[in-house]
Design a binder for this molecule. Structure first.
Ligand code: PLP
Length: 382
């Protein structure tokens, strides 16, 4: 038989290690699971209630590909209130999660031979989505520990070329927890302007900022920035698959026309849940954020006690730290940690194009388990 297409997948070895970590940790009694990027809170009750009412009320059919107008109106209000962006519902495309919004944006913007500048380390689906676009070229730029995990404009100037079309920026960052200061975001937008790039600003953790403030890149240039948002992390709604892209009218139309063949539209019931999330009480967001901050502080305390260097995350819900003193690479360390200490973490190799000696620990875990898990990690390091 002819071989199947290579697809976007990471290498077989990386995939096998991650599958093993998931599989072994799920069947090991007492295993502490710190590898997941899923909030450990339930979706707030009023959102579930609204969805259940919507399902009974007949919101069970396809919607417009751009999403319900009522939802896009609420999103436009939220963008004005939270992100200081003045847009109309025509600038918004609702999608099946942030992942779908990002994929549709990349497909709408990137042609054969175009380069996309992607942070490294980063959420691995950027690279995997780019690999799905025929002829698209992935180029990384680094977010190094020495620079507090912030991008370096001089490095970007070296990496950019005439073929570069899109710069992806993610703040607050998965897996680093870095929150880019407003001035840096402005410099990144200016860099995009200098080289005539589109800037894809991925902001699913916008509401999970512990110190400082979240600045949306589109406030500096609404013509070349496409902003992608998600309900997944803000409202603990990962399984509802709801996100959206915000773009100038022409790009927004192209994104909507891309969402159409991919998923037709976001789930109707989830869209109604999203309306309840945006129009309902917001204290649930604050409670979750405060809890992640409290866990962050406790986690940093454990690592500091054991002399593990760490760059304190200012947002999102991850810790990214160096395990090189174990003498192991990230995947070997994660496998050994699971076997000897029954703790699951995400190997840094999975979140980078390059082998490394970092691991990602999720703060979306009950505090006692998080502390115990970190103690076990430190005991293996020692
Ligand atoms: N972007 C980043 C940086 C993420 O970490 C994630 C999910 O973990 C997403 C986008 C996609 O989120 P979703 O598709 O659940 O909205």
């Amino acid at each position: 038989m002819k071989p199947i297409a290579r697809g976007p997948s990471i290498t077989v070895a990386k995939r096998a290690a991650i599958e093993k970590i998931k599989e072994v940790s799920s069947r090991t009694p007492g295993a502490i699971r710190l590898e997941s990027g899923v909030p450990d809170f339930p979706t707030p009750e009023h959102i579930i209630e609204a969805a259940s009412k919507a399902a009974r009320g007949g919101f069970t059919k396809y919607t417009l590909s751009a999403g319900f107008l009522t939802l896009r109106e609420l999103i436009a209000d939220k963008l004005a209130r939270v992100n200081k962006l003045q847009v109309t519902p025509d600038n918004v495309t609702v999608a099946a999660g942030g992942a779908n919004a990002i994929a549709a944006t990349l497909i709408a913007l990137v042609d054969n031979g175009d380069e996309v500048l992607v942070p490294d380390p980063a959420w691995p689906c950027y690279a995997e989505q780019i690999r799905c676009i025929p002829g698209a070229v992935l180029k990384t730029y680094s977010l190094a520990f020495e620079r507090g995990f912030l991008p370096d404009i001089a490095e970007l100037e070296e990496r950019v070329s005439d073929r570069t079309k899109v710069l992806i920026v993610n703040s607050p960052s998965n897996p680093l927890g870095a929150v880019f200061p407003g001035d840096l975001i402005r410099e990144l937008v200016e860099f995009a302007q200098r080289h005539d790039l589109y800037l894809l600003s991925d902001e699913p953790y916008e509401e999970l900022v512990f110190e400082g403030e979240h600045v949306s890149a589109a406030t500096f240039d609404s013509e070349r920035v496409v902003s992608c948002f998600s309900f997944s992390k803000t409202y603990a709604m990962t399984g509802w698959r709801l996100g959206y892209a915000v773009a100038p009218k022409e790009i927004s139309n192209a994104i909507t026309l891309t969402v159409l063949p991919l998923v037709s539209c976001a789930t109707s019931v989830s869209q109604k849940a999203g309306e309840a999330a945006l129009s309902g009480p917001q204290d649930c967001v604050r409670i979750m954020r405060d809890s992640y901050r409290d866990r962050r502080d406790a986690a940093i305390g454990v690592l500091a006690k054991h002399g593990v260097p760490v760059c304190e995350p200012k947002g999102a819900f991850y810790l990214w730290f160096d395990i090189s003193r174990s003498g192991l690479g990230s995947t070997d360390f994660a496998l050994r940690l699971l076997e000897e200490k029954q703790v699951a973490v995400r190997p840094g190799d999975r979140l980078s194009e390059y082998p490394n000696s970092y691991v990602r620990v999720s703060l979306a875990t009950e505090k006692g388990a998080l502390i115990e898990g970190l103690e076990r990690i430190c005991s293996l390091l020692e």
